[in-house]
Design a protein around this ligand. Sequence first.
Ligand code: DON
Length: 427
Amino acid sequence: MADLVQHYLDRIRAEQIELRDGTLASYIPELADVDPEGFGLSLSSSDGYVYESGDTAVEFTIQSISKPFTYALALSQIGQDAVDARIGVEPSGEAFNEISVDDVTKTPKNAMINAGAIAAVSLIPGASPDERFDRILAFYSACAGRRLDIDMDVYLSEKETGNRNRAIAYMLTSFGVLDGDPDDVLDVYFRQCSVKVTSTDLARMAATLARGGLNPLTGRRVVDAGVVRRTLSVMVTCGMYDATGDWVSAVGMPAKSGVGGGIVAVLPGQLGIGVYSPRLDSRGNSVRGVQVCRSLSAQLGLHFLTVGRESSSTLRAVFDVSPGIRVYEVQGDLLFAGAEQVLRTAEHERGEYDVAVLDVTRVDDINDAARGMLTGMRASLTAAGKEAYLVDPDGRVVPADRRDDYDAIVFRTLDEAVDAARQSGIG
Ligand code: DON
């Protein structure tokens, strides 16, 4: 049920709430002064349904999470070849603010470190810094599905203190990577880092990437699928800086962190995650954010190398066999996102039936997260005064040796389930 997923998120967040390791970013007063306890977790399904837990309405600055989005915009505006001529796609294994370029090409190693991000800003067409920034802000807003805005205080402080970024921009100019005035480019970079978002905005932006560039909330295509694939590839290999290898092994989702305390993570085709908690580890990644993503991935089976064999839609058919008895026929490989879709549909419609019959005869493979959700569905439905039956001839959801625990609700055929419902006076 939707309630069940909500419960998972609340629990995963609660598990980390006592974690107070790490420190706030302190290079500007606006970041040093935020409430260190702020903690929000948002998850958007690929059809745009958002679950929220904790401080999901708190705004914070996007900071480096802006980088993949500006990179995507550059790719879509001037094409991959032109972008590749200025920015590489190799992991640097360096800190985000390393003053470095590739030894051979003399271009930034990737668009997730500051050097590459500043270069990406310079590739956005625009006659003035204002025009360039307007284009960037419109793009972020289209991904989030609402008009975003900038935190002026953060912007002014970033600009005042940004000597290291200034060093990077002037170095790039000397190598011929930046055209035009480096201070104009930096001004736009400081502004883009200062855009305010919530964890829910990040989840929605992530869901837009998960859907290959289509915002599931607005139904608008924001960018094409090839650009998203390239952007996600760079997020996989470079998104968490020098912690990327560990992240990919343990979490397995393209992601990006920011020193404002946000993390965005994308499970292609399935969902988008946004987390906010401002205490950072030594690499500039949110401490709780990293832990929450590790738990989500482990507990809900979200590693992107856990791939279902079939991509066909999960709900094959929904029909009433007689008044009060509704059948949900599920098919294919069932992972977290597919199970969530089935459960949410059944919950949404629960006013329309007395018995929900979940027929998993055509399910090929199922993981523990989906299995737990389908068995948990019964408890939620009985709490709402409904009954839930399962047609599971091959023991995909309830293995044969546990069938006795579920006596009278697990059946071998749909006819048996329907007969049982009728005998209990329904239909
Ligand atoms: O460029 C900077 O220094 C900041 N405005 C953004 C850095 C950032 O978020 C690094 N990520 N963890």
